[in-house]
Design a protein around this ligand. Structure first.
Ligand code: FMN
Ligand code: MN
Length: 466
């Protein structure tokens, strides 16, 4: 799969996509169709007749595990945990991107006065949103001025006017770290914001990889071939050759414009009123002819964004634990209901006293866990991390509150509605060890059915009238 068009085609072949030919308004109507469609696990939608526009909008691409599997190039019947396990396995062999000279993303080039973000059918999603958000299924490319490390990060982008995009680079995110490096040099930060291309790059943009790691190399690892990139027109950044729309511009590290609010994945608006934030001054736009604009819905769980994060945050937590070489990790599950980021469940085969405790503290020390993860539940390996009824059983019959660890201070997300709106930098955490302590000499004796009796009863099932 090379681009979004391949993905649309694959979805169509698999009965996973519906084309909407009736006219739909970009102002609230389109997002509401998508959200209601997602509430009953409907197909991906390609809106071909958006009011005032001629080019299409794709939504709900990542809403189901089956479509995430198609993006990963895996069997449609794979479970979310299968996808994460495969992600961790494949990312062991990183592959750098490959430069090409010509690319479909250069079919149309707009500079100077021709630059106009309203050229694209950017939807307005929720009633109290501060405007139309160009970036929901996007990713932003930036380069560290000192080391040359290129980052891909998925960050929301609001259309402020024809040539300006508001950003929300949350503190400590890689674009934020890089912007601070440009601030020291007193230089603007060149950026490229991309919509479309291989949909895996959007997932990579949302993955919680550590600093100095290249999302391109991990995408290459998952694909098994390098991602093709081309030089920007005005920025020295590797642009995905097959991108639908590329916004080239720069961020002044000290200038701010009001941004937001936006109805977020927490089910709440990101703030009350606007917040001053850095913005992208757009210098050039390149796009394919009849570009597919792509929207990822947000809002009350579960939406497209929740499923995306359940996969990408869950996989990078697992990847982080593997990188620490902790033995015995059986499965990791970050429920989509928690947007894959506030709650993590980890199943471990304990091998020594304190092993489960190590897993819990390690989880909150990974790149993913150190940021906003509030609750970690560790269960024994007889329970699958995604098997929520069994996890609740362990919470009832194995967990002892005095063995929980309460951590007072950790890095938070400003979007967490459980914290007061003006003090969301720091969160507390809870590590719930719901395992049976390894060192116990006498452990509770589990009830197993008598095997012979099971056979006998099964043989008599019909006779018993059952
Ligand atoms: C649809 C979607 C929208 C997101 N919007 C933002 C955002 O506006 N700001 C932000 O800091 N992170 C946002 N994230 C989370 C980041 O993509 C994620 O934390 C990622 O690790 C950032 O990349 P980085 O680690 O290279 O900084 C979003 C994720 C998704 C899936
Ligand atoms: Mn990164």
């Amino acid at each position: 799969m090379k681009d979004l068009r391949d993905f649309v085609k694959r979805c169509e072949e698999e009965g996973e996509l519906k084309r909407i030919t009736a006219e739909v308004d970009w102002n609230l109507e389109l997002s509401h169709v998508a959200k209601l469609n997602e509430e009953h696990a409907g197909p991906a939608l390609l809106f071909e007749n958006v009011k005032d526009y001629r080019s299409p909008v794709l939504t709900s691409a990542c809403t189901t595990t089956s479509r995430l599997a198609l993006i990963m190039g895996m069997d449609k019947k794979s479970s979310l945990v299968d996808l994460m396990r495969e992600w961790v396995k494949r990312t062991a062999n990183k592959l750098p991107p490959k430069w090409v000279d010509t690319a479909p993303c250069k079919e149309n080039i707009d500079r100077g006065d021709k630059v106009n973000l309203f050229k694209f059918p950017v939807p307005k999603v929720y009633p109290m949103d501060g405007g139309r958000f160009f970036g929901t299924a996007d990713f932003v490319l930036t380069k560290d001025p000192k080391s040359g490390w290129v980052n891909i990060g998925t960050y929301r982008l609001q259309v402020l006017d024809e040539k300006t995009l508001g950003t929300q680079f949350i503190k400590g995110k890689h674009a934020d770290i890089m912007l601070k490096a440009y601030a020291e040099l007193k230089q603007p930060m060149p950026v490229a914001a991309v919509v479309g291309a291989d949909p895996l790059l959007f997932l990579m943009g949302a993955a919680r990889l550590p600093a100095f790691e290249s999302e391109y190399e991990f995408a290459g690892a998952i694909r098994g071939h390098p991602i093709e990139v081309v030089k920007g027109e005005t920025v020295d950044l590797p642009i995905p050759a097959s991108a639908e729309i590329v916004i080239e511009g720069e961020v002044d590290p000290v200038a701010m414009k009001p941004e937001g609010p936006f109805g977020e994945y927490t089910g709440y608006y990101s703030g009350i009123g606007t917040t001053p934030r850095p913005f992208i001054k757009v210098n050039c736009i390149t796009h394919r002819t009849n570009p597919i604009f792509w929207l990822s819905t947000v809002g009350r769980a579960v939406t497209d964004t929740h499923m995306t994060m359940a996969l990408t945050y869950g996989a990078t937590l697992w990847q982080g634990l593997e990188a620490m070489r902790i033995p015995g990790i059986k499965s990791v599950y970050c429920p989509p209901e928690g947007a894959g980021r506030f709650l993590a469940i980890i199943s471990v085969k304990q091998m020594y006293p304190g092993h489960a405790a190590q897993v819990g503290t390690a989880a909150i020390s990974t790149e993913m866990g150190a940021y906003g993860l509030k609750t970690v539940i560790v269960v024994d390996d007889d329970i699958d991390a995604w098997d929520l009824p069994r996890v609740l059983w362990a919470l009832s019959f194995r967990f002892q509150p005095s063995r929980a660890e309460f951590i007072k201070r950790g890095r938070s997300t400003p979007l967490d509605p459980s914290l007061p709106i003006d003090s969301r930098d720091i969160t507390s955490r809870l590590i719930i060890d719901a395992t049976i302590p390894y060192e116990w000499k006498e452990k509770p004796v589990p009830i197993e059915l008598d095997k012979e009796m099971v056979k006998r009863v099964q043989a008599r099932w019909g006779e018993l009238g059952l």
